[in-house]
Structures are given as C-alpha cells and as structure tokens.
Design a protein around this ligand. Structure first.
Ligand code: KG4
Ligand code: ZN
Length: 396
C-alpha cells in the first residue's frame, strides 16, 4: 500500500510518500517522495519560531509540497493516490499542528482513506531506522531498548522492554537541551537555530585545542598537565579561567536540568563585560565549554541507565542527535557497554515527514504480524478523521 505523511508541528512543513508492505515483524518501506520546506529564514529576525508566521507558512506551503510530492511519486493524476494518510497530532505548537491536521482531514475525506494520528516523538524514535532514499526495513532489535530523545522541546530517557512500548525514566525538569543550545547561541549573538552554530564553533575550537596541546607535548615531552581538566578552561590561552556547571550530574535519578547551565553562561558573559566586549576566540571558548557541559550530562545519565536497566540497544534521536560531539561520546560508550547504537541518518534527525510515515505504518499494523488486516494500534480502531485533535503537550 501507499501512505502519505504530513508533519507541521513546528517550523518545517513536510510531506513524504512511502510504499509500504509487510507486518509488524517484517515491515519494509520504499521512499517515493520526501520533501520539506524549512522556515528558518523567516524566523531568523525573531530569534526563534514565531508561531503565527509558522502557521501561515504551513497553510501556504502544504498544497505546494503535496503537488510536488505526488508528481515525484508519479501519482499526481490518480483519483486515489494513496491508501492511508498519517499526520502528526502532537506534541508541538497547536496552531501549527492544526494546519497539518485539517489539511490531512480534507484529503482523507476527498480520497476516502483512513487518517492515522501520530505522536511526533515516536516519529523521532523510529527515525533512526529510516533512509532518505531507496528502500529500508526495520531491523531486528534487541530489548531492552534505551532511547535518549533530545530536541528543541524534549530531553528524555525512555526504556522500552518491548519495541514501541515506552516508559519515561527521566526527563528535563526545566529547559530542553536543544532549547539551551538555542538560548546560549542567542547570548553569543549567533543566528537561530543555535544548535548547529554552537556545535560548529565548539568543534573548531576543539580542533585548535588539540593542535595546541599536541604542540606543548611535542615541545616539552609528555605532560599530564597539558590535558585540559574538563571543567576548567586554559587561562594561559585566553587570559581568564572559567568553568560551567553540570546540573544534576550526580542526582540519584535520570532527570536533567538545563536552566542553571544557561544562566551560568548568561552570568559569565556579564562578568566578562558583556557580549560586545568578547572577541571571537572567547565566544568560541564559551561555546566549547557549554557544549562539553551540556553533552556530559546526557552521556553520564545515559551510561547510568544502560547499566541500571541492562540495556542492549541505544537509540539517540531528535534534532540534537546529529550533534558531532554527542555522537562521538555516545559511540565511545558502545565499547564499554557492548550495545548497539542507532542515530538518525543524515537529514532525518530534525523534523521530517518520513519518520511520521514510519511511525504511522508501524502503528497501523501493530497487531498484525503479517500485515493482513488493518486494525490499528493496540486493539484500537482507526479514529474517525474529524475526531483527531491537535494536542500540544502530548506525551510519549
Ligand atoms: O527535533 P527538532 O528538529 O525539533 C523539535 O522537535 O524540537 O530539534 C530542533 C533542535 C533545536 O533546538 C536545534 O538547535 C537543535 O535541535 N539542534 C542541534 C544541532 N542541530 C540541531 N543542537 C546541537 N547540535 C546540533 N548539531
Ligand atoms: Zn521534532
């Protein structure tokens, strides 16, 4: 069967068309179209997503992306181009979610096909099995699975004793890690969205630091002190010393907190005389220290959860999952914990419709190992399209 999925939870308008077959144990997917329109340029002047503008853009772009996707999938002329529609119904900005939902409802009515609501966060979890092009299958996954979900709105650790069953064991008590990246970027005068900007600056600084310490050790022979203490910057190099906190690092639970780290950066910039006084080198230094602190909290708690829950598979998903430092540090865990790790493929870490299609189909066939009938979810029936409602604070 062919399915069309729609994602409008934040500032990406996205549609994908997949040809799918198989049941819960052998589902396979062929990408016929996967398109999205990022609104980043529109929101840059506001330093973040401006919801009314985002809603307006979704409304304008949905029909355009639909036509392009149908054309690409060679389905434009068909009366009933697909057999089911999948749509994100939460979490996210409700006015944006509604644009996708009402567009999907109209299409479902016109084409007389079922409409399947999907949790955006489950889409992120399953995104790691997707591919941008060609065909793919869901691999056999060993349980228990631990998922670290890191995005602009979420920082959660989730245990699945069964595939697609979720128990949240820890989450942020205040800001999400992606939100902290974005806010610190704003403090450093970097454009929205800040995550990739901070990451780029920090990586460049890390490379320079490596060269610097290599230089020292080559000139003076091996020197233990040449290895930077993780919480201390190098005063010799930038003329002052600072460290940033790792909130809740040693708390007994699996929760996170990013508000304190963000505030620590705010005070640091103030104590250094304000952003206007900072040169490029110091900004890069702050980006590096911030990224080190933010990622260390994620890695530490993830490692603890792997041990506690005897985890066999780790999934790292969400917009922040493409962070180079996070991927490097998580990959190092693999060796000590002997686990299999999945990250989203390039282009599927941020919001996209392909992950929504995967989650929609896997829910659609959940009770059908062979995929023979169309009962939906755990004994649930496909809801009537008009009953689907945007749910901004939907939980996994
Ligand atoms: O999943 P996503 O696209 O949207 C939400 O559902 O929130 O995640 C967006 C978040 C933003 O906060 C963005 O700054 C962050 O992911 N992000 C990154 C990187 N790329 C995107 N954070 C750190 N490093 C990156 N390379
Ligand atoms: Zn997302």
């Amino acid at each position: 069967m062919k399915i069309l999925s729609i994602e409008t939870s934040c500032d990406d308008t996205a549609i994908s068309i997949l040809e799918v077959k198989g049941g819960a144990t052998n589902a396979s997917f062929k990408v016929l179209a996967n398109n999205s329109n990022s609104q980043i340029q529109i929101h840059i002047p506001y330093g973040g997503v401006y919801p009314i503008l985002a809603k307006r853009e979704h409304k304008k772009n949905l029909p355009i992306i639909l036509e392009a996707s149908l054309k690409q999938a060679k389905l434009l002329k068909k009366k009933k181009p697909v057999d089911a529609i999948i749509v994100t119904y939460g979490p996210g900005l409700e006015m944006c979610l509604w644009e996708g939902i009402s567009f999907a409802q109209d299409l479902a009515k016109k084409w007389k096909v079922p409409l399947i609501p999907v949790n955006h966060m489950e889409g992120h979890v399953l995104s790691v099995f997707g591919k941008n092009k060609g065909t793919f299958k869901i691999p056999k996954i060993k349980t228990p699975i631990l998922t670290l979900l890191v995005s602009g709105g979420h920082t959660q650790l989730v245990v699945s004793n069964k595939f697609m069953q979720y128990e949240i064991i820890g989450e942020t008590l205040d800001d999400a890690v992606g939100e902290a990246f974005d806010k610190v970027a704003r403090m450093l005068d970097l454009p929205y969205p800040g995550g990739p900007q901070i990451s780029k600056l920090a990586e460049e600084e890390r490379a320079k630091e490596k060269q610097y310490f290599l230089g020292i050790s080559q000139a003076d022979g091996p020197r233990g002190s040449a290895v930077r203490a993780r919480t201390d910057s190098d005063p010799e190099k930038i003329g002052f010393s600072f460290s940033l906190p790792r909130p809740m690092l040693h708390s007994k639970n699996f929760d996170f907190s990013y508000a304190g780290l963000k505030t620590a950066v705010l005070y640091l910039i103030r104590d250094l005389g304000g952003i206007e006084k900072l040169n490029q080198e110091t900004k890069a230094r702050i980006a590096l220290e911030f990224e080190d602190a933010a990622i260390e909290c994620l890695v530490y708690k993830t490692a603890k959860a792997i041990e506690t829950y005897k985890i066999k598979t780790l999934i790292v998903a969400g917009g922040v999952a493409c962070n180079t430092h996070l991927q490097r540090e998580m990959s190092a865990l693999k060796k000590s914990a002997k686990i299999k790790i999945y990250f989203p493929p390039k282009g599927l870490a941020g919001d996209n419709a392909l992950m929504i299609g995967i989650a929609g189909y896997l829910n659609y066939i959940k009770n059908n190992p062979e995929g023979k009938n169309t009962s939906y979810g755990a004994g649930k029936k496909v809801p009537k399209p008009e009953t689907i409602k945007a749910t901004g604070n939907l939980r996994l």
